[in-house]
Design a protein around this ligand. Sequence first.
Ligand SMILES: Cc1cc2nc3c(=O)[nH]c(=O)nc-3n(C[C@H](O)[C@H](O)[C@H](O)COP(=O)(O)O)c2cc1C
Ligand SMILES: O=C(O)C(=O)c1ccccc1
Length: 395
Amino acid sequence: MKNIGNKIQYQIYSTMSNPDPNRLPVSYEAWEEKARDVLEDGPYYYVAGGAGGENTMKANLDAFQQQKIIPRMLRNVEERDLSIELFGQTYPSPVLQAPIGVQSIIHPEGEIASAKASAEMGVPYIASSASSVPMEKIAEEMGDAPRWFQLYWSKDPDITASFVRRAEQSGYSAIVVTLDTPMMAWREDDLKNVYLPFLIGEGVGNYFSDPAFLSKLEKSPKEDPNAAIMYWTQIFGNPGLTWDDIAFLREHTNLPILLKGILHPEDAILALEYGVDGIIVSNHGGRQVDGAQGALDALPRVCEAIHDQIPVLMDSGIRRGSDVIKALALGAKGVLVGRPCMYGLAVAGQQGVKEVLQNLIADLDITLGLTGHQAVSEIDRSALCEVKAEVEQMK
Ligand SMILES: Cc1cc2nc3c(=O)[nH]c(=O)nc-3n(C[C@H](O)[C@H](O)[C@H](O)COP(=O)(O)O)c2cc1C
Ligand SMILES: O=C(O)C(=O)c1ccccc1
């Protein structure tokens, strides 16, 4: 992805004499607005909404606004390198697609369209446990392109073990365990709209194709869909988990294990003690604990606790290239992008997701150069204004 930003800018400006009347949006805000036009209330608010009064959703964006970059000059930024290394693999940029379930409510091609867009860009796709289609189908469509599997740790250990085994067998190269969603949060929009996609059989593709899940049913999901959905609601989450359960996962996979949803530095230390391979600082896009700290604000203390022993990624609020720079400056090795891709999917399927990713990476590349960096690996705290930290110390 050398100098992708200049190439994309050139491509866009070269259409000046022949403008496309059906051009897709560029800014995050315009994608969201268009998605609002094409989606019904239920699915739109399911994606766009957050927990409670959406204070954490706002805190995620505010945290990025509060950090300021100080660009450096005269540093030869003609050639720029966006690539990163994680678990022995090189990825073309520090951007990954966040795991997002139930994408069939957003677009008929759902996860297949998003995964193929990822594959086109070489952007790792993190397939959700709650995907509309089985993980094997996503894998098949992606060929050799990089992909990770996100695990919702079921109350039934047989299903958990089976998911991990299936992910390994179908070429996923890391397991992301989401810890912040052992149950669905209080989401006021969904309660108002009386909208929960699983109750209409969406987002259960991995479960309805799982031998361990199916073996617990008296009748197949085809014969008795309601019974299958009811059983799903009983086994989906596992609020009883503790740190000691991490050993169970270790016994069942050799893949790198990342914990998603860490905000507290002491949990970061526990993650190290329990031997996981990476963590993802996240508040689930403000969809779980309303009032939780903005994810970017949680990042520095978590990184201090981790001390570079394992990679720290982050998500929740990444919208533009400068947001990626800020996250990397505060210690993240990479970032996950959630809602922006889903608005791309709603508006224009695979092409929409591809353009969202492409534009974000192009913006990142240009901003990298303009801030005086030749490579994302060079970015550190010195890229940011320390005013905020100084003010905090004075308090
Ligand atoms: C509609 C929707 C569904 C999601 N489903 C999952 C999921 O299945 N598993 C998971 O770990 N996170 C899920 N997330 C959270 C994302 O992985 C990610 O943490 C969040 O979207 C990042 O914030 P952003 O949307 O501000 O980029 C979901 C988010 C949205 C918006
Ligand atoms: O909606 C979500 O945020 C989410 O993580 C989820 C949980 C279960 C199934 C699908 C998505």
